[in-house]
Each structure stands twice: as structure tokens, then as C-alpha cells.
Design a protein around this ligand. Structure first.
Ligand SMILES: *[C@@H]1O[C@H](CO)[C@@H](O)[C@H](O)[C@H]1NC(C)=O
Ligand SMILES: *[C@@H]1O[C@H](CO)[C@@H](O)[C@H](O)[C@H]1NC(C)=O
Length: 341
């Protein structure tokens, strides 16, 4: 009897555990794709490795190459999402990017929406950057930076980009972390042309960590970023068409706007505000040195602005506890060794 109860309890715990895992993984009401159903290898011969079921992809960076993949179609508005697990330990200089762009088709007037993950020295956390470009607005970066409330190398978390005709939302798991609402004042800076989804890992030694002070150290290679729970939803555009037509996108746009991830409830807005209060470390909207007048899509919140220097950087970064092992500073040998290029 006791044995049966113990087993039953164990099973209940197991079911609860599996159930919870499923909810965390799916998050939104979306269908996930196998790699071959929506994506193609972009670069890095041999550095893109698929799982046997084709639903998880690893991108490797070693001294020879990074790696990347691209959606096989373009999308005119969409929801682009993946669970991503980042490389651990010493990752300075590494950039993992999950973004939409049409730079290949419109080199001078491209649109882009970015999640960029910036590696770090051992014991310091990865940082995340989001950015928005429209119609070639590369001289007007719209960066925001954040630290993460979790260790992104321990397990996969879902990162999502929603792009509709009226607004853009960046999500980490189910939490919206940034919203950009389209306004007339933004003009062409709001992305408006079909984009592809990209995922890449590459060497950003010149800038990614402390402005290029810490470079990629290939003695720790390969660095592996793992992508799963792949989602592409939106109006598909055949990339072969010389001038992409979006005439057929009305219905898909309607579906997208009605989806749970496109609706900003008061609860989600409050969660977004909490995230930004705690974890945002740089905002272009508070960077008065770069832009004397705030960009038109900025909504300045006085209580938030107080916490940032005029450079847009946070005055008092939140402190976090570190284990003794993690807080190990780079040794003199680490600091002096040169990257292998
Ligand atoms: C999930 O989305 C599908 C359409 O993509 C819809 O038919 C279904 O009702 C949705 N389920 C929930 C629980 O919202
Ligand atoms: C995009 O830029 C091009 C070239 O600068 C310009 O002709 C066009 O009007 C712009 N489009 C929008 C929507 O602003």
C-alpha cells in the first residue's frame, strides 16, 4: 500500500513536471516547425548540426567559421520565435543573433528587427540587445540593452519577435520586454517590407564585450548555440518574385493581429514595465548625447529616466549574488593571451 502510494505520488510528480515543461516550452499558442519545414542553411559549412528528429539545430563557432540559417521564405509581418540555449563559460566576443532582415534584397533601404546576445567573460552574464531599423535607417540605431533574470546557458528560453502593421513586440518567454508602436512620425523607420528570419553565431571580438576589450578565445571552442521550438507565422512571400507582392496578406495579417501574442493586455503591459525597471541597462530613448531630441517612438517615463545617465546607461546596475567560482576574475594569463584569429 505504502509502496503503491509512493509510486502514485511519484507518477503525479512526474506528470506535473512533464506538464509544466510542456507549458514552458510551448508558451504561446503556436505550432513549431522542423528545420526543413521552414529554414535553410545560410553559412558555416559543417557548423550547423541538426538533431536526428530535425527539430533542434546547433550553430557552432570555431576558429574557422561561425554559422547561420535563414527562413526559406520572406514574411510580410509575422511572429518569429525560437527557444535558444546559449554557450556557457568563457564567451566574450561572441555574438548570437536572432533577427529579421531584408538586407539581401534591399541593401540601401533595408528593414531589420534584432535580438542580439552578447557573450561575456567567465562569471559575467550574457547581455541582450534589441534594435529596430526601417528603410535603411542605419544611422539611427534604436538599441536597448538588458541583463537577463536567468542564466541563458543553463536551459533554453523562448525569444520572440512580433511584427505587425501597427506594432512590434519583443518577448522573452511570455514576458513582453519592448513594444514599438508605429506612428506617422516614425515614417520609413518602421519596418515595412517583407523580411526573412535569420539566426547566426559569429565573432564580434571588435565590439561585443566591453567595447572589444575581451575577444573570442578559441581555446574554448566550439561555442554552441542551440535553437529549438522553431516558429514562423505570418504571410509568406515567395523570395523568387522580383518585386515581392503583399496583396494576399490581408487574411494572414488579421490572424496575426488576433493571436494571443499580438494583444497587449494590461497584465502584460505591467509585466513589461517590471522587466524594464529591473533589467534594462541602456535605452536609446534616454541617450541625450546621441540624440538631442528623443526619437519619435520613445515614450519618456520620468521615473524611469531618473535612473539613467544622459548617456542612456543605467546609473546603478542591479547587483546580483555570484558564487565564488563564478566571481573568479580573469587571471593575468587570461588577460594577456591573444585571440587566435
Ligand atoms: C490556437 O490557434 C489556432 C489557430 O492557429 C486556433 O484555431 C485555436 O483556437 C487556438 N487555441 C487557443 C486555445 O487559443
Ligand atoms: C525609403 O527610402 C527611399 C530612399 O531613400 C525613399 O525614396 C522612400 O520614400 C522611403 N520610404 C519610406 C516609406 O519612407
Amino acid at each position: 500500500m505504502a509502496m503503491a502510494m509512493a509510486i502514485s505520488r511519484f507518477l503525479t510528480a512526474l506528470v506535473f513536471f512533464l506538464g509544466a515543461a510542456t507549458v514552458t516550452v510551448s508558451g504561446f499558442n503556436v505550432t513549431t516547425l522542423a528545420f526543413d519545414e521552414g529554414y535553410s542553411h545560410l553559412f558555416g559549412e559543417g557548423n550547423l548540426v541538426r538533431s536526428s528528429d530535425g527539430r533542434t539545430v546547433r550553430l557552432l563557432l570555431n576558429r574557422y567559421s561561425g554559422a547561420g540559417f535563414i527562413s526559406s521564405d520572406l514574411y510580410h509581418h509575422g511572429f518569429f520565435s525560437a527557444s535558444i540555449k546559449l554557450p556557457s563559460d568563457y564567451t566574450a566576443g561572441i555574438v548570437v543573433a536572432f533577427y529579421t532582415s531584408n538586407g539581401d534584397i534591399f541593401p540601401k533601404t533595408h528593414d531589420e528587427l534584432d535580438f542580439e546576445f552578447l557573450g561575456n567573460i567567465r562569471g559575467e552574464r550574457w547581455r541582450i540587445q534589441t534594435n529596430v531599423y526601417g528603410n535603411g535607417s542605419t544611422s539611427r540605431g534604436r538599441e536597448e540593452r538588458y541583463v537577463l533574470p536567468f542564466d541563458p546557458t543553463k536551459e533554453a528560453h523562448r525569444y520572440s519577435i512580433l511584427w505587425t502593421a501597427t506594432h512590434i513586440i519583443f518577448y522573452i518567454d511570455k514576458t513582453p520586454i519592448r513594444e514599438v508602436v508605429r506612428s506617422d512620425a516614425m515614417g520609413g523607420d518602421y519596418p515595412s517590407k517583407p523580411m526573412s528570419l535569420y539566426a547566426t553565431i559569429w565573432d564580434g571580438s571588435t565590439w561585443a564585450t566591453s567595447g572589444g576589450k575581451y575577444k573570442v578565445k578559441y581555446k574554448y571552442a566550439p561555442f554552441v548555440a542551440e535553437f529549438s521550438d522553431l516558429v514562423l507565422r505570418g504571410c509568406r512571400i515567395d523570395p523568387i518574385q522580383p518585386v515581392p507582392s503583399t496583396d494576399h496578406c490581408m487574411e494572414a495579417d488579421g490572424d496575426l493581429m488576433a493571436a494571443d501574442f499580438a494583444v497587449m493586455t494590461p497584465r502584460k503591459r505591467a509585466a513589461m514595465r517590471r522587466f524594464r525597471e529591473r533589467y534594462m541597462t541602456y535605452s536609446v530613448c534616454y541617450d541625450a548625447l546621441r540624440y538631442s531630441g528623443a526619437l519619435p517612438d520613445c515614450s519618456i517615463i520620468a521615473s524611469e529616466q531618473e535612473r539613467f545617465w544622459a548617456s542612456g546607461h543605467i546609473k546603478f546596475p542591479a547587483r546580483r549574488r555570484r558564487s565564488r567560482r563564478q566571481s573568479r576574475m580573469p587571471s593575468a594569463a587570461d588577460r594577456m593571451s591573444q585571440p587566435i584569429v
